[in-house]
Design a protein around this ligand. Structure first.
Ligand SMILES: C[S@@+](CC[C@H](N)C(=O)[O-])C[C@H]1O[C@@H](n2cnc3c(N)ncnc32)[C@H](O)[C@@H]1O
Length: 249
């Protein structure tokens, strides 16, 4: 899959993406990442990408043309059959969720527009962007961090990117619930012992415990997620057991 980020801070995106899981995926050719700087599509000596807002007021607004030219370059090598989406990262967008990211895996190319200043000319959003995606109900100074979040979260869903593909499948939100707790050596820390079942070697028992913990902590930490998910009879029994054990502790 190919990611293109349109940003006035291309190095910020490259420096961060070249680490860890995304860095390995790029080096192994499982993910392509290109950056496009709108300043490279300006004609004046200051490489101006912003201008004052019509109507007055604080801040500057990113201009249409340099962004449009940057997108056109990003789309350069795409053929008509390829699935391409242009997304503006924006606090006004659809909240980024695991479901939205899972849907994006089917794309061939995702072009991510990182805004700066007060944002970008509205006509660019209307004419050139298919969607707006948001990190959450807060404002950050630029879309680069949001673009990096998307690149990381989508890359880990692509075949071959994670060492063990099962690990992504078990992550929080993949099935609507939170992940179970994890432990590693030593067996006892601050008087707290690793749950016996994890030392038992009983794989069925471990699987059952993990599912129960996953349901239990979703109920404890994010009960709203359970409203969107109808539990199977087995899941309901496990959750009831979890609640009873908690009460009797
Ligand atoms: C200072 S913000 C501009 C905010 C804009 N004036 C508004 O209130 O909608 C600059 C840029 O940061 C990015 N940004 C800010 N908050 C974001 C969020 N929650 N999710 C995604 N991108 C965000 C956008 O690309 C935006 O153009």
């Amino acid at each position: 899959m190919r990611f293109d980020v349109v940003t006035i801070f291309p190095q910020m995106v490259l420096d961060s993406a070249m680490n860890g899981v995304t860095g390995r995926a790029i080096k192994r050719g499982l993910v392509d990442l290109s950056v496009w700087n709108p300043r490279d599509y300006t004609a004046d000596k200051h490489k101006t990408v912003d201008d004052r807002p019509y109507g007055g007021g604080p801040g500057m607004v990113m201009k249409y043309q340099p962004l449009k030219d940057a997108i056109d370059s990003a789309k350069g090598s795409v053929n008509a059959e390829q699935q391409v989406k242009v997304v503006y990262l924006s606090p006004q967008g659809r909240p980024i969720t695991q479901q939205l990211l899972n849907e994006s895996v089917a794309l061939d190319q995702l072009i991510l527009i990182a805004g700066r200043y007060e944002g970008i000319d509205e006509r660019f959003i209307e004419e050139q962007c298919q969607e707006e995606w948001s990190l959450g109900d807060f404002v950050i100074s630029g879309g680069e961090l949001a673009a990096l979040v998307v690149i990381d979260a989508v890359s880990r869903l692509l075949p071959g990117v994670l060492g063990d593909e099962e690990s992504a499948k078990q992550d929080s939100h993949m099935h609507g619930f939170l992940d179970c707790p994890h432990y590693t050596r030593p067996e006892v820390i601050a008087g707290k012992k690793v749950p016996d079942v994890l030392l038992s070697g009983n794989h069925k028992g471990i699987e059952r415990w993990r599912l129960q913990q996953s349901l239990g902590r979703t109920w404890q930490k994010r009960p709203d997620l359970l409203l969107n998910n109808e539990l199977t009879a087995e899941q309901q029994t496990l959750l009831e057991e979890f609640k009873t054990e908690l009460k009797n502790k």
